[in-house]
Design a protein. Structure first.
Length: 323
């Protein structure tokens, strides 16, 4: 059989180059093959985008107007898993809370990533007040301290509406004494020298030395000022960040005062009591009940929600209610 007959026989048997390759004359080099693969990949991605966004022909013979499949979104990068080699200490992040869920949804995943990136072993406790008394931030922190477990050895008293933006802020074990992360020089709102609110780190030993915080502060404000006097009375020195150059841009403050009005009312004797030092109460007499304890995940970030029922002696602090 001659060469011409052999070529005809190959064509009859389906031999030769695939149809797509016949579009390219002569022998193919690596570059045209790469270009072809790139074009095919781009075309398939374009088809996927159009089909799942509802702008193009319906895939799989769907009728026009039928609901489309949502486009897949890439998962955010996961923070590194906690390892014992990170540090010998573990932080209990205590977050007093009531009905500010939009702030909570931002806070938990942000703080989990922030602390994981700094290799701080931590547990986040959402201290959710579910009784009908006025909000009591200090008592919630006392409860969080008592319920935080033996696997944590220091705490952060942390507002839910304050996010650290500067990665140089220190959340490590405050062995030398209370460490005020949200110092007056950096906090976006409060700048007086004795301010210790927002974010304050203490070892559990130092918090016990202060007998925790006073339980007499119902409503918003003044409990931090009283706690500053407890710190000084225990012989402790408050330390603050150094070398932070971002000033009042160091934190993001999420609170909207027009949408979330603070309970700043002062009722009856509360006006006089708010400036006094409580020399008897604190960890030793906080009255509460844990309604439920739930471990959950917010956008992949783990936290523990404690639903807390505080109790109030209306003879001692009649301002715990509005009635």
């Amino acid at each position: 059989m001659g060469p011409a007959h052999r070529r005809d026989a190959l064509r009859l048997r389906g031999g030769g180059s695939p149809p797509l390759l016949r579009l390219f004359p002569g022998r193919l080099s690596a570059f045209p093959l790469f270009l072809l693969a790139l074009l095919l990949g781009f075309a398939s991605l374009l088809w996927l985008q159009l089909s799942c966004s509802g702008e193009g022909p319906a895939p799989g013979g769907q009728h026009r107007g039928a609901p489309r499949q949502p486009c897949p979104h890439p998962e955010p990068p996961q923070p590194p898993q906690e390892e014992p080699s990170w540090a010998p200490h573990r932080l209990a992040l205590l977050v007093p809370f009531r009905e500010r869920f939009e702030e909570l949804l931002a806070f938990v995943p942000y703080m989990h990533r922030f602390l994981s990136k700094k290799r701080i072993r931590h547990r986040i406790f959402i201290l959710n007040q579910v009784d009908h008394f006025r909000f009591n931030r200090a008592s919630l922190i006392n409860v969080g301290f008592l319920e935080s477990g033996n696997d944590t050895d220091y705490i952060a008293m942390h507002d839910v509406d304050l996010l650290p933006l500067n990665e140089h802020l220190d959340y490590s074990f405050p062995e030398a004494g209370p460490f005020h992360v949200a110092s007056p020089e950096l906090h976006p709102l409060y700048h007086y020298k004795t301010y210790v609110g927002g974010i304050l780190l203490l070892t559990k030993q130092h918090y016990e030395l202060c007998n925790g915080m006073s339980n007499r502060f119902w409503g918003w404000g003044r409990e931090d000022d009283e706690f500053y006097r407890r710190i000084k009375g225990a012989g402790l020195q408050v330390r603050r960040p150094s070398g932070i150059t971002t000033g009042y841009e160091t934190f993001q403050h999420l609170h909207d005062p027009a949408w979330r009005k603070r309970d700043q009312k002062r009722i009856a004797a509360q006006k006089q009591e708010q400036f006094k030092v409580d020399r008897e109460g604190g960890l030793n007499n906080v009255r509460y009940r844990i309604e439920s304890r739930t471990d959950l995940s917010v956008a992949g970030a783990p936290c523990t929600v404690l639903n807390i029922l505080l109790d109030c002696d209306t003879n001692e602090t009649p301002w715990c209610t509005f009635g």
